[in-house]
Design a protein around this ligand. Sequence first.
Ligand code: HEC
Length: 256
Amino acid sequence: MEPAVASALHVLGISLGLATLIWRDRAMKAVQQGQGTLDGVFAADNVSGLAALLIIGTGLWRLLGALEKPTDWYLQEYAFHLKMSLFGVGFGLEVYPMVTFIRWRGQVKRGLAPDVARLGRIRALNGLEGVCYVGIMFCGAIMARGLWHASASSPACAIEDAFVARCSNCHGAVAPQGGLVLQRGAHAALVGVPSAQWPDQPRVVPGAPERSLLWRKLAGEQAPHGGAMPLGLPADEALAAQVRAWIEAGAPACRR
Ligand code: HEC
């Protein structure tokens, strides 16, 4: 439950952040055209700040709380680094608007008229921040699929990373389905270990895919032992072939 809530709130924060930038831009445009007040800009700015807090809070919760994927997994994902870089650039672009708006709020309180000629520059920065948000959304979608991951170091590591990306929503450390944790330490959980549900069925027998419940479930040949994996999703033939080759090669552990 927690991973889903954290993920939903994180995505909500990002969408809200983008929406508030558009709102803030419109409010600034209205002031430039003499049809709006700075109060409208400040209101949009407040909500945009709340969205940023929501993004950072849920992001840290997901990263450090290792809700779905271990922290290390993120650090080996190039899309994660790109996402963090875009976040850094977006944050840098926001410094000038943030400082200016803080100053303006003070001036308005003291009955002074801020220099709204700066709105043109702030709107340009605001637009660039929007571009960063869109880039961040794409990086998030790439990460969710485990693409661009530095796992090509060995087939064993590629398989473990594929498990983390595609199976750990059901086989996470918290309440793992079928008693199988694939979120981390998959090798120790699989090789030479009997099924938690059918103790006479080994999960992985090195050298023998047909006797390995893991491969049979990926290949749809698990009957009569439960469902095919990933459960409820289309068969992943490429992963099944990769796992077969890995088992035939003696199911070595991933060493980074
Ligand atoms: C939507 C949830 C879901 C996803 C996604 C999922 N599984 Fe499962 N898995 C289950 C459930 C439920 C069981 C227990 C019932 C069964 O064995 O059919 C299970 C059982 C298993 C078992 C048997 C464990 C044992 O000890 O008996 C293996 C092996 C397995 N899954 C592998 C995988 C792999 C590999 C993936 C990713 C490619 C995956 N699963 C993705 C839900 C899921």
